[in-house]
Design a protein around this ligand. Structure first.
Ligand code: PMP
Ligand code: GLU
Length: 397
């Protein structure tokens, strides 16, 4: 019998973090690996944000912070939501946590009872299903493939709803596909949700600023369901601050209160220094966000063009985030000498060992047959990685 609880025993480890770790180990052993596994901006945190953190240390922001975050940071988040999203929130509706991951998990914990169903459009980020399992909820996945640009329809959503449905987890722009729901698509989903007032919508908008469309819309724009939407966002992706660990939830006061209670017993307020840095990110110039966005758009164009040239890959043109999610199942069954590719995971491992490029198997995102490449790396790395993948793939017969 294991000393570890069933709850944790049955949890899958994060495949994105595991693959990144593997590639770091190979790198440390001297192998020239191009890491396209983990999704994090390769830029340094902008200087004005780093300066704010240094000032916070000198000004002795060194004690426990309020459990939901400093009021000044929550006000900065409210200003951001009003300025950029046109929605008015009060600071009492904001809870700052240890990254968007923490606030998503807290929201799931605060909302889901054992047996409650949580609807998850897939492909979905690796942690969604596991968070629901931790809360003893039932993940109900709804699948959309490359032919529908990885977006579920209103009819699919309607068909997935039962009397046990409690939460919908919607991620746009999406990890792992880069797809963005248009205003019309969100409107159609909102119309379905308007008929089911018991469902809470967790809108994960962490990639909001990394988009290549005219405007990114939020499901919270629809009046009829707005009071049931919990927005999840943070500074990790927009400001290249993954290591600072600041994210937030913005939603109904009762949910913010419940999440604050949970944090009060579990984690307390998050790092005081990182909060002051995040405040500077939201209150300062937004030019850095636009500069990084442009770089990601250029890289999207590079990777799509090169990926389209790899025989056997089906590729779409992602509108946001920094991921490409090609369909690669044509390589399953091929071989190179004695080595047989029996699954996409084998193909991913083959690419790591043969091409020294680290990617992630789509199965980790509930999408077998696909794989994920993060193009949050230099233009040269992208070109070299695609060259290596093409060459290694050509050896598979
Ligand atoms: N949601 C999605 C879809 C993500 O890809 C990530 C990044 N791992 C997160 C949430 C969490 O971001 P963080 O905790 O760094 O704010
Ligand atoms: N969002 C990143 C990814 O999907 C970070 C790793 C993680 O937290 O899973 O690769």
């Amino acid at each position: 019998m294991s000393i570890i609880s069933n709850r944790v025993e049955s949890l899958a480890p994060s495949a994105t973090l595991a693959m990144s770790q593997k590639s770091a180990e190979l790198k440390a052993a001297g192998v020239d690996v191009i890491n396209m596994s983990v999704g994090e901006p390769d830029f340094d945190t902008p200087d004005h944000i780093k300066e704010a953190a240094k000032r916070a240390i000198d000004e002795n922001y060194s004690r426990y912070s309020p459990v939901p975050g400093y009021l000044s940071l929550r006000k900065a988040v409210c200003d951001k939501l009003s300025r950029e999203n046109g929605i008015d929130f009060a600071p009492e509706q904001i809870v700052v946590g240890n990254g968007a991951k923490h606030e998503l998990c807290n929201a799931v914990m605060a909302l889901v009872n054992p047996g409650d169903e949580v609807i998850i459009p897939v492909p979905a980020w690796v942690s969604y299903v596991e968070m629901v399992k931790l809360a003893e909820g039932v993940p109900v996945t709804v699948s959309a493939g490359i032919e529908s640009d990885f977006k579920i329809s209103a009819a699919q959503l309607e068909a997935a709803i039962t009397e046990r449905s409690k939460v919908l987890m919607l991620n746009s722009p999406s990890n792992p596909t880069g797809s963005i729901y248009t205003y019309e698509e969100l409107k159609a989903l909102a119309e379905v949700l308007a008929r089911h007032p018991e469902i809470i919508i967790l809108a994960d908008e962490i990639y909001e600023h990394i988009n290549f469309v005219e405007r990114v819309h939020s499901i919270s724009e629809f009046e009829a369901i707005r009071d049931r939407v919990v927005i999840i966002n943070g500074v990790s992706k927009a400001y290249a601050m993954t290591g600072w660990r600041i994210g937030y939830m913005a939603g109904p006061p009762a949910i913010a209160k419940a999440v604050t209670k949970l944090q009060g017993q579990y984690t307390s307020g998050v790092s005081s220094i990182a909060q002051k840095a995040a405040e500077a990110a939201y209150n300062g110039s937004q030019q850095c966000v636009e500069d990084m966005r442009r770089a990601f758009e250029r890289r999207r164009d590079i990777i799509v063009e090169l990926a389209q040239q790899i025989p056997g890959w089906r590729v779409n043109r992602p509108d946001g985030a920094f991921y490409l999610f090609p369909e690669v199942s044509g390589y399953v069954g091929k071989r190179c000498g004695d080595r047989v590719i029996e699954s996409v995971n084998d193909y991913v491992m083959y690419l790591l060992e043969e091409a020294h490029v680290a990617c992630v198997d789509g199965a980790a995102f509930c999408a077998p047959g696909y794989m994920r490449l993060s193009y949050a790396t230099s233009d040269d790395n992208i070109r070299e990685a695609m060259r290596r993948i093409r060459e290694a793939s050509a050896k598979l017969q």
